[in-house]
Design a protein around this ligand. Structure first.
Ligand code: AMP
Length: 384
């Protein structure tokens, strides 16, 4: 297909709002293809800044600095949806922002996201908006207990979430944070959690990496396995839903749809991430085109790359906890054939902080998962 606008070619500069590990892996892919990368965030010496050509340090609210940043690049993308909408809008005055700010606006607010998805007929977890104790009681009456109460804005990795076993749990949370906008969700007794990481090009083309199966620990992604163990018709439906979401939102770039698979195989969208996603990190080592290269291709208007997976793969996150007994034993993990180490250049290994990940490649998903878990365990082995 012919791109609708002339592509932004290698040698051009791509701007990234945000400076974490997602921006870092994007910048590595971009530099490999001969692009320059500028990053903008409030912090110095960041995972993205360490590999970018330029690191601009300013608050997201400094819209003049944002405009000056955007004026110096050919296209702006963001690595994390917590970037304020106004920042994306200010950038858009000087350069194309992809995906567009409207995608950011929809996906950075759980209520807006679920309401939009439901309005377009996509299956979502049953939910209600809650501001007051009365709303809470009505939601509990409609959807029952247990439930999950989540703040409508700025939640990720389980932040801003309370599991409700009783109405009193919810009343306490609502009373403790007056004026907060919440989303009340029925607790889904899911069989598994899966994601579809997908991309839409500037010309409307679509690509995906199939269904990835995810396990969480303490609300943070712990293990991803590809291909996910779901029946073919469930996989087909998940991909079709993802395709519909990217089209409906007019995404140009990568977007991840996270699903719950209920007993019987029905799918419910838990949330969207309008960017490369933690569960897609295994595409770096296991696919002909990684999610980060795909993001670059999409935002630059190049043809999307081939997403064939050349191995089964599993990814385990490395949290700061892995440093609790000193420097992890990197050699022990790297000694396992087919294991690849990715570290994000973060200096302070706080518990719960994402410091890096390990990807294991193997002949089957089960073997890859076993190997990834074994490689992570090997990090704790004493260095001799
Ligand atoms: P989230 O921040 O919404 O992605 O939630 C983080 C994790 O909490 C999910 O991956 C699930 O494991 C769990 N969770 C969130 N919402 C629900 C729900 N409605 N029912 C059951 N588990 C949930």
């Amino acid at each position: 297909m012919v791109p609708v606008t002339p592509p932004i070619l290698p040698g051009s500069t791509v701007g990234v709002l945000g400076s974490g590990q997602l921006g870092r892996m994007f910048a590595i892919a971009a530099r490999q293809m001969g692009y320059r990368v500028h990053t903008f965030s409030p912090d110095p010496d960041t995972p993205t800044g360490q590999v970018a050509d330029a690191e601009v340090v300013a608050p997201y609210e400094d819209l003049d600095a944002v405009r000056a940043f955007a004026a110096g690049v050919s296209v702006v993308t963001f690595e994390f949806e917590i970037v304020p909408f106004a920042t994306a809008e200010a950038a858009a005055e000087r350069a194309p922002v992809r995906p567009g700010g409207a995608v950011l606006h929809t996906t950075q607010h759980r209520l807006r996201e679920k309401t939009t998805l439901a309005a377009h007929g996509f299956p979502v977890t049953p939910f209600r908006a809650v501001r007051t104790a009365d709303d809470l009681r009505a939601a509990a009456r409609d959807l029952g207990l247990p439930a999950v109460l989540k703040t409508a804005s700025f939640g990720y990795d389980g932040k801003g979430q309370v599991k409700l076993m009783t109405l009193a749990d919810g009343e306490a949370a609502v009373a403790a944070a007056p004026g907060t906008e919440w989303i009340y969700e029925a607790f889904v007794a899911f069989e598994k959690e899966v994601s579809v990481v997908a991309a839409r090009g500037a010309d409307g083309s679509f690509a995906h990496w199939g269904v990835i199966e995810n396990r969480h620990a303490n609300h943070i992604l712990d293990l991803s396995v590809s291909p996910g163990d779901v029946p073919p018709d469930v996989a087909r439906r998940a991909v079709e839903i993802a395709r519909g979401v990217l089209e409906q939102l007019g995404v140009v770039g990568v977007l991840c749809v996270e699903f719950f698979v209920a007993p019987g195989g029905s799918l419910m969208i838990n949330e969207l991430a309008p960017r490369p996603h933690n569960s897609g990190h295994l595409t770096i080592d296991a696919s002909r085109t990684s999610q980060f290269e795909q993001q670059l291709r999409a935002v630059c208007g190049l043809p999307l790359g081939d997403t064939t997976m050349h191995a089964a793969a599993a990814m385990t996150n490395l949290l700061g906890d892995a440093w609790s007994a000193g420097e992890p034993n990197w050699a022990a993990a790297c000694a396992i054939p087919g294991v690849k180490l990715h570290l994000y250049g973060k200096a302070d290994p706080r518990p719960g902080r994402k410091m890096g990940h390990l990807t294991a490649l193997a002949a089957t998903p089960a073997e890859a998962a076993e190997k990834a878990v074994r490689a992570r365990a090997a990090l704790a082995r004493r260095v001799r």
